[in-house]
Ligand binder design. Structure first.
Ligand code: HEM
Ligand code: NAG
Ligand code: NAG
Ligand code: NAG
Length: 658
């Protein structure tokens, strides 16, 4: 018996070894055929086993002489693009193959290749397998490809128009004012030290996405509920758990998103078991169950509202942003149309072919994906933007000057007009700060694509001047995080210049690198480009008067038909929040670790600059420690304490870098 088992194990091991060798050989052949440089690694970095145990292996591997591992080990380390920047690309070139026994990838930071791959959607589909876990509630726009994706994109993109962007602008202003109230004073003191602003930027983004996704008006603790809410929707904005629920809707969304990785990876029975004795699992389950219950009720309520409106002849999209509501109402639009026609007394009825609509699961799936896509991404970007401004006082002051110029220092933010202001805001230090933050710390660091499994695909590369044939089914990683610091495509004054936060670089119009010049004459003549209009904002990406990055070198929202549907919404949110905060306040790093308030009070400017420089250095170092779990952010317990102070009462940012 024992010998039989041994034989079986032996056979399994032998089989595995042979399969590994064969796999490696075959992938190596494919990689060589492309003519690109390649790196061989023992396993895929996304291998679950490696991800769980890599620290042990890395420790063991590093016991060997450096020359044995320095050429490939980096590939297997999380966030190598963020941590090592140009180092490995400088050695290997902008595009190289990664070969493992069971996987083969192209990794590229060539802007032209990024742009081309993102544009040729049918040749290089999105690698949706990486996202399939996000289908827990139903198929949706983010996780599908091909005809199904088109259908989801069409259904959801209807909400992303300029009218709704204006509504979102107003809501973002309102929500940012709630944030200011929270930050500026507590019962004990004014301008208290805020140990971490991340939790609050998450709440801000959640409150806004609650509006964008569901048409809800969430409130900050202590704020009165809005009065113009349909009674049916009251319970979703409630600050106390409504009857039948054990937590508020906002808390359930926050909890479900917070525990998303656990929820995605743990089968329900296991989660239920773990929650018997593990608090985190209990909290995850609790949020999840509440969220699911809310979503089901929501669907029923939205259907009821949609029916009422259809009877009145009101069409979807007439009443502010509400993606889920719009998806539900889409079903009733035909009816609304008929009612309208009757009312206007038309004799001929146009026969509209009813398109098939999304199922309940798909509506709930898309609503969830809007939360996932639009919550943490925006929250992180704002979080980082605020910290960068606190660390760079000169930029902060320039931004305030722009806010004064564009919107007025004493104006009431609730009177700001979207249409009149948004372009100026985008083209000012507000837009530059947003862009510079997204350049340095894009929430989505890599864009996963793959070569269609049905045929090899040619890809012409600028750098080599050659066309390379990529094997069918090959994975592709578009390295957003590194191309955005590529010295060949971004004007730089010193080697580390591109690692610095300098929003002013977005105004350097005469910094004409040859590449930038080329981009201006560039026509999109890529064969296979998917040029259909898939909705979302289609206005110009950058202003002609400003610095314009080479196409493919600035891709925080990706590029091509699969680019971010919420780009305009995200921009509007961030610009509104920055404008509200800096119109009347400054953000300073807290120096509590080096000096107490009394000591600071007694300091002259020189001493203030010195103590502030310690906080600046600490902040830069903390931000270098950001890591990716779904998005790039400060995970774990790290944070940077700051204070929000009324303008004119700054302790540091008025005299640092002055
Ligand atoms: C700073 C904020 C944001 C950033 C940096 C960002 C970035 C991105 C990126 C890089 C993608 C492409 C992902 C891929 O190809 O793998 C994407 C897709 C998407 N984003 Fe955003 N996003 C942001 C905010 C938002 C917001 C606020 C919403 C919704 C209101 C949103 C909705 C979506 C959707 C629906 C997709 C999928 C589009 C498709 O596949 O057709 N995003 N986003
Ligand atoms: C300085 O004062 C603020 C509030 O006014 C307070 O939150 C902070 O903890 C104080 N710092 C120290 C080191 O006492
Ligand atoms: C920032 O980027 C957006 C588009 O991504 C663009 O419209 C805007 O002009 C840019 N702002 C500046 C100051 O470069
Ligand atoms: C970094 C990288 O490229 N990883 C991918 C390589 O390809 C396999 C599948 O063939 C993927 O699972 C990895 O994510």
């Amino acid at each position: 018996m024992a010998s039989k088992i041994l034989m079986l194990v032996g056979a399994a091991v032998a089989f595995f070894v042979v399969a590994t060798i064969n796999g490696l050989r075959s992938n190596l052949r494919k990689a060589r055929k492309t003519g690109l440089p390649y790196v061989i690694v023992p396993c895929s970095p996304y291998n679950g086993c490696w991800q769980l145990t890599h620290q042990v292996w890395v420790f063991l591997i590093k016991l060997f002489p450096k020359s044995m591992w320095e050429g490939w080990l980096f590939i297997l380390l999380p966030d190598w693009g963020y941590n090592t920047g140009q180092e490995h690309f400088a050695r290997l070139g902008d595009s190289f193959m990664v070969v493992a026994p069971f996987s083969i990838n192209l990794t590229t930071q060539s802007p032209a290749a990024i742009h081309e791959i993102a544009s040729r959607r049918e040749h290089f589909p999105k690698a949706t397998e990486h996202y399939s876990i996000l289908e827990m509630f139903g198929r949706n726009i983010l996780t599908t490809e091909g005809a199904v994706w088109r259908f989801h994109r069409k259904a959801t993109s209807a909400s992303f128009n300029e009218k709704n962007a204006a509504h979102t602008f107003a809501e973002a202003i309102h929500q940012s004012q709630g944030l200011v109230v929270k930050w500026i004073a507590t019962a004990e003191s004014n301008s208290p030290t805020i140990t971490t602003i991340e939790k609050d930027t998450m709440t801000l983004a959640l409150n806004i996405i609650g509006y964008v996704g569901f048409g809800l008006r969430f409130t900050w603790p202590g704020q009165p509920l809005p009065t113009d809410i349909h009674p049916r929707l009251l319970k979703y904005g409630s600050q106390e758990p409504p009857t039948g629920h054990t937590m508020t809707f906002a808390a359930s969304v926050e909890g479900a998103l917070h525990h998303i990785i656990m929820l995605l990876l743990t089968p329900t029975p296991l989660l239920n078991f773990l929650s018997l004795f593990w608090k985190t699992a209990r909290s995850a389950r609790h949020s999840y169950e509440n969220y699911v219950q809310y979503m089901n009720e929501f669907l029923v309520d939205k259907v009821a509202s949609a029916k009422e409106d259809a009877e009145k002849g009101v069409r979807a999209g007439d009443s502010g942003m509400d993606i889920m509501g719009q998806l539900v109402r889409g079903r009733y639009d035909d009816e609304a149309e008929k009612v309208k026609e009757k009312k206007t007394d038309k004799t001929k009825t146009t026969t509209t072919t009813p398109e098939s609509t999304l199922t309940d699961d798909e509506i709930i799936g898309n609503a969830f994906i809007m939360l996932v896509a639009g919550h943490e991404t925006t929250a992180n970007s704002l979080h980082f933007a605020l910290l960068k401004l606190a660390t760079n006082p000169a930029s902060q002051r320039a931004l305030q000057a722009d806010v004064d110029r564009l919107l007025g220092r004493d104006s009431d933010p609730t009177t700001w007009d979207y249409e009149a202001s948004i372009n100026g805001m985008l083209a000012s230090m507000l837009g530059a700060t947003m862009n510079e933050t997204l350049r340095l710390m894009p929430p989505v660091v890599n864009l996963p694509k793959w070569v269609t499994p049905t045929s090899d695909q040619p890809l012409a590369l600028h750098e080599t001047g050659q066309t390379h044939i990529l094997p069918a089914g090959c994975d592709i990683i578009l390295s957003a995080i590194t191309v955005q610091r590529h010295p060949k495509y971004w004007p730089a004054t010193s080697p580390d210049d591109l690692d610095k936060f300098q929003p002013e670089r977005w105004f350097e119009t005469d910094a004409e690198t040859t590449a930038a010049k080329a981009a201006k004459n560039e026509k999109s003549n890529i064969v296979g480009t998917d040029t259909e209009d898939y909705g979302g904002f289609s206005g110009p990406d950058t202003s002609a008067q400003l610095f314009r990055p080479v196409r493919g070198s600035f891709v925080p929202f990706s590029d091509g038909p699969r680019s971010c549907l919420g780009r305009r919404i995200a921009q509007v949110e961030m610009l509104a929040a920055l404008a509200v905060l800096f119109q009347r306040y400054s953000i300073e790093l807290a120096v509590d670790d080096w000096a107490d308030n009394k000591t600071v009070e007694a300091m002259d400017d020189e001493a203030r600059r010195e103590v502030y420089s310690k906080a600046q250095e600490r902040c830069r170092e903390t931000l270098r420690g950001a890591t990716t779990i779904l998005t790039l952010k400060l995970h774990g317990m790290t944070s940077v304490p700051v204070r929000l102070v009324p303008r004119g009462q700054e302790r540091f940012v008025h005299c640092v870098d002055a």
